[in-house]
Design a protein around this ligand. Sequence first.
Ligand code: GAL
Length: 415
Amino acid sequence: MRQTAFAAVSAFALVAGAGTAIAEPKAEVLHWWTSGGEAKSVAVLKDEFTANGGSWTDMPVAGGGGDAAMTALRARVLSGNPPTAVQLKGPAIQEWYEEGALADISDVAEAENWAAVLPEAIASHMKCDGTWCAVPVNVHRVDWIWANAEILAANGIEMPKTWDEFNAAAEKLKAAGITPLAHGGQAWQDATVFETVALGIGGPDFYRKAFVELDPATLKSDTMKAVFDEMRILRGFVDDNFSGRDWNLATAMVMNGEAAFQIMGDWAKGEFLAAGKVPGKDFLCASTPGDGFLYNVDSFAMFKVDGADRIAGQKLLAKLVMGPNFQKVFNLNKGSIPARTDVPLDEFDMCAHISADDMKASAANGSLLPSYAHGMALRGAQAGAITDVVTAHFNSDMSSDEAVQMLADAVANSF
Ligand code: GAL
């Protein structure tokens, strides 16, 4: 290990060029990966960074979906002391670039030929004005239902293929005294469920018009009313203690047989796997009812910092994140699939294969769509405006008519 580290540092010094002092790569990494499966995953990166001579300072900010992490990031940047590397994704990358805060990592991207191994849709999120400004870790799918296999079998229930089937299954479970839906009442989790319902009920074109194009007529359409109607139905399937619950505790309810289903992205699979559960046996995975695929690509952006050691750390980190072995091992733990297209999937489970196949098919038929709830489709102000309405509706007896009007108004006022 010591030798590997030494070799890597020496190699780095050589690359840095003759006459340059040896800089020990350093990284302070801001992320929100603190649950069991998430922590196991980020440890893969930390270990690889250290094994390659880097010194890693961890800056975890707990809070699923990353809202708290993004608040912490803003405070650090405003105080003139940004972290070297930040878990950042989607349009937020562009927003920070426009503020002049991001480092250019094009030299690493070009040397490693990222363009040849990334799908164009993913690469475009990583580029700012033609330069590379972020490095992708994975592709998470958001529109998943997870289920406790034993509960479903004991109650004669199949994985639902329509929202009506889901409702019928949930009613049956409720009558049997089982909590149908494990849910954590946090705004981002409400939004996660909402966008899968919107995709399922409205279809891919509706989703795109509503949450990518923010078309006012679509936002207050009858279809959007039907989406809120379904959210009201789902509200009746959660337990009394759902408020404020973390997403991984909701996953644990499914794992432990305290609830039947959870609607959540495939980071939930990372929790099942970290607990030693086996897909197809202990738990089941299926895409939420309807067509399409909602993607959520985690990535890191490097912030402008001083110091040869920190800049060396950024370059090393960027290179390692895109390394084929890292992309495999990290994603085996995280529940996602690699962002690189050339990583063999033979060690991945059935859920990952469904994800990879559906991603390919949806890319071909135009239904591969960015998750709004996970910051892939919209800028912060617009996404936040939608989520505020979704969560206000979920936690009150607001009618669907009121909700769609409020949604259209909130979006219009968010610019
Ligand atoms: C998502 C993130 C995932 C996962 C999840 C829960 O936004 O992309 O990697 O960690 O939040 O924290």
